[in-house]
Design a protein. Structure first.
Lengths: 295, 251
């Protein structure tokens, strides 16, 4: 056997990538970056919504007003004592007057309030984790003790927050699907272009006995590899961006709606595989459809 | 090409060439017509048959349909009418998924070589077995041997654009025969080379035919055809007008 034959390894039947394919690689990397950010955003939004829901479900706020000769501070202290005795309440505490003032300041401005203005006091209630008390239980207890108080029903907010969380999640999923579709369309376009540009090569392969499947596999492999590379690049860039957001938010959140955690960065790991799968399937289906009309 | 294997074939050309029924024909055209789009027909009601292991030239003026006949056989085109058989298989009704297997029985030498410019001579010659799904170790030695046989033993790693016209032609022939095709179709295989190389190529093709491969060559080189002394199908005005040497059936 000659030296050439002994050391021979078949070269790719498709020519090396040209400039157009480098552009395609860049665009897929950008799409992978956006898709990864969408995935991280979905996870972070989900976590934020869950956190808020837990906080709202686990607590209640009671507005206590002065009644008769009893001062607001005294009424608040009595309300806290009453509520602490309700079954299913872990803790009830009267908040400092400034908390109530802060609530009113939102509507009338930061100037000091007149001393005789009947500003209600706040009582914060933490429910027991097992068998928590209901809002109705609190109201009954306050009424029984003759307190002029209003219990804020957090469940209304809980539903809204959960709806907002679900909306953010579905928006992220929709965005992810849209980006995946765009990447698929891009690969389909590139596959058609590639087949058209290499019509002569395709014909030689066909006439040499290659099946449509054999030729489609060449394009499938080419684009899958390219997409995997682009996906890795885009995913890594998204992970860096998310890490930046995490550090910028000092481990809490860059905004309340998106508390990025280190574990969220793992969402970028499947990016190369997903990108490769989308490209492989799209390239194969497109190539098979185009080749069906070849001689 | 497994030259040693090919050499062990039992040449049977002569036994088929006079097959009167044509039932075992390598190629059979029955009332074949062919037109490109709305153009005037290139072929009109063409009928002929070629015996397995035979060697033929197909001649005619430019535009007479020589290349079209070859294209119809290797299924680059479909006839607008009639029936074409290759080794008894009807090509006109062949399902698409059955074409690759039939094409692997055909070796084609194109007029413009149509080598893959990004691949070395070795990779070009190894194309057919690679497409057939064989492992490189099972055919790389055969490819090297074949390239040596066509005089390209020292040019295996060269890219096609570094080869001369004659070298390209011989590489195209090597690519066409590497998988031991049952039939070799060559379109003007001597059209781009000088007389000496043309003779050498013709000897190469004759040798392949002697070893059992059916050969059909399209050529407008009347001198070369005359000197070869092999049967000739002459195409004129869209049909086969004569078979010289009278050994084949003409419908």
């Amino acid at each position: 056997m000659s030296m050439e034959a002994a050391g021979w390894r078949p070269k790719s039947l498709l020519p090396k990538e040209d400039g157009a394919q480098a552009t395609l690689l860049f665009v897929i990397a950008v799409l992978a970056f956006l898709a990864s950010l969408a995935a991280i955003g979905a996870i972070a939004s989900e976590r934020a919504a869950e956190g808020w829901r837990d906080q709202l479900i686990g607590s209640a706020t009671v507005l206590v007003r002065a009644s008769g000769l009893e001062s607001a501070d005294a009424a608040a202290a009595r309300a806290a004592e009453t509520l602490a005795g309700v079954r299913g309440v872990a803790e009830a505490r009267a908040l400092d007057k400034s908390k109530g003032d802060a609530l009113v300041a939102r509507f009338i401005g930061p100037d000091p309030l007149p001393a005789d203005l009947p500003v209600p006091r706040l009582v914060a209630v933490d429910f027991a984790s097992a068998n928590p008390a209901s809002v109705a239980d609190l109201r009954r207890a306050l009424e029984a003790d003759g307190l002029d108080a209003t219990v804020e029903d957090h469940s209304l907010w809980t539903a809204q927050i959960m709806r907002t969380g679900a909306l953010a999640r579905w928006a992220a999923i929709g965005l992810f699907l849209l980006i995946s579709g765009a990447a698929g369309a891009l690969v389909a376009f590139a596959t058609r272009q590639g087949l058209d540009a290499r019509r002569d090569l395709v014909e030689i392969l066909h006439l040499s006995g290659a099946s449509d499947s054999f030729i489609a596999r060449l394009f499938q492999t080419r684009f899958a590899r390219m997409a995997a590379l682009a996906g890795a690049g885009g995913g890594a860039a998204a992970a860096l961006a998310a890490a930046g957001l995490h550090l910028y938010g000092k481990g809490q959140s860059v905004a309340a709606i998106m508390p990025v955690a280190w574990t969220d960065l793992t969402a970028t790991l499947p990016c190369p595989i997903i990108a490769a799968l989308i490209a492989a399937v799209t390239a194969r289906v497109t190539a098979q459809a185009v080749l069906k009309n070849a001689p | 090409m497994p030259i040693s294997t090919l050499m062990s074939r039992n040449p049977s050309a002569e036994s088929h060439q006079n097959d009167p029924s044509g039932d075992s024909a390598a190629v059979r055209f029955a009332g074949v017509s062919m037109a490109y789009g709305r153009e005037a027909p290139v072929l009109r009601d063409v009928s002929f048959s070629l015996a397995p292991g035979s060697f033929h030239f197909i001649t005619g003026a430019s535009g007479s349909g020589k290349t079209t006949v070859l294209k119809l056989i290797y299924m680059a085109e479909r006839p607008t009418g009639g029936r074409i058989e290759l080794f008894g298989q009807d090509l006109t009704s062949l399902p698409r998924n059955a074409r690759p297997a039939v094409r692997r029985r055909i070796g084609v030498v194109f007029q413009e070589f149509r080598l893959l410019e990004h691949l070395s001579a070795f990779d070009n010659a190894a194309l057919a077995p690679r497409i057939a799904g064989r492992k490189p170790a099972s055919y790389s030695a055969d490819v090297a041997e074949l390239l040596g046989w066509v005089g390209l033993g020292s040019r295996m790693q060269a890219l096609p654009n570094a080869l001369s016209g004659g070298e390209k032609q011989r590489l195209a022939i090597a690519r066409a025969v590497v998988n031991q095709p049952d039939i070799l179709l060559a379109d003007e295989p001597t059209g781009n080379v000088d007389a000496a190389i043309a003779q050498r190529i013709l000897r190469l093709l004759s040798e392949l035919n002697r070893l059992g491969t059916t050969v059909l060559i399209a050529s407008h080189d009347e001198d070369l055809v005359a000197r070869s002394g092999v049967p000739v199908l002459h195409l004129s005005e869209g049909g086969v007008t004569r078979f010289e040497r009278g050994r084949e059936r003409v419908a």
